[in-house]
Design a protein. Structure first.
Length: 275
């Protein structure tokens, strides 16, 4: 007898889940075979945590009226934003560096499935890195992530979404302008850093920059973080506005990514990434 084979409809949910899972498994396999990349996931966040931790210890010894939780909490949340942006960019750039992007584009994998796979894989790497940092913050400085209270989940979720949006902008720049635009994928998140009020309130910024900062979801997250760590309630109204902004930016950047991908295909630019 001929063995019975079960196949899924190419457009059905099981088939889509399988292809998305394939992207995640592929990237995980590449990461597992690269000890340097695994080391790098936690190395730079740990260094930044230690540096700012020592700064807070010094400020305490000088009786400077700073709360340690403000700086340590800011470092942890900043890493969520930074790594969410950089990790999705790195996952895409690795397809370029390995000359595999053209192969991915001619496979049955759709653009949406590819992006979801990149996001899921970057999410796993962010969670791992933050878990390590949270453990070090508790062990070295006595700061627990539970200090954020009920705001922990929305704080991190909003920063993840904003980070993915920035990462998609960087990816789109590479598709549109070529590999020389990789610097945008690496550095775009650092353009946001001084505007988001990560280590200081946005009140210290010039008024024109304060107006720009008001339209960044991260600004409201870090403002809410300081409010919570200062003993106040979670500013749900402010976080709701941040959620609207984050959703709008993600939708817009997905649109930009789709447009640049179509542009790269129609102008034959994808073949250059395979050379």
């Amino acid at each position: 007898m001929t063995p019975l084979t079960v196949t899924h409809s190419p457009l059905g949910l099981p088939a889509r889940v399988t292809r998305i899972g394939g992207v995640v498994r592929r990237d995980f396999a590449a990461l597992r075979r690269s000890p340097i990349r695994m080391f790098e996931i936690v190395f730079w966040p740990t260094i930044e945590l230690l540096v700012w931790g020592f700064v807070t210890v010094f400020l305490q010894s000088q009786q400077v009226p700073f709360v340690v939780a403000f700086l340590i909490g800011a470092v942890l949340l900043w890493q969520v934003l930074q790594k969410a942006s950089n990790e999705i960019s790195i996952a895409f750039l690795e397809d370029i560096w390995s000359r595999n992007l053209l192969n991915v584009q001619v496979s049955p994998l759709s653009t949406v499935e590819y992006v979801i796979g990149l996001i899921l894989f970057s999410f796993g790497k962010v969670v791992f890195a933050i878990a390590v940092m949270a453990g070090l913050a508790l062990a070295f400085y006595g700061f627990g992530v539970t200090s954020f209270g009920a705001g922990l989940v929305p704080f991190m979720a909003l920063l993840l979404v904003m980070g993915w949006s920035l990462g998609l902008v960087g990816i789109s720049a590479v598709l549109r302008f070529g590999e020389n635009a990789q610097v945008i994928a690496w550095s775009l998140v650092f353009v946001v850093q001084p505007l988001a009020g990560i280590f200081y309130p946005v009140d210290v910024l010039p008024e024109p920059l304060q107006a720009v900062a008001a339209f960044l979801p991260a600004t409201h997250v870090f403002t809410g973080m300081r409010t919570v760590l200062d003993g106040g309630a979670v500013p749900w109204g402010e976080l709701a506005w941040a959620a609207v902004l984050a959703a709008g930016y993600l939708a817009a950047t997905l649109g930009v990514f789709a447009w640049t991908l179509r542009y790269a295909r129609s102008h034959g630019k994808l073949s250059r990434f395979g050379e």
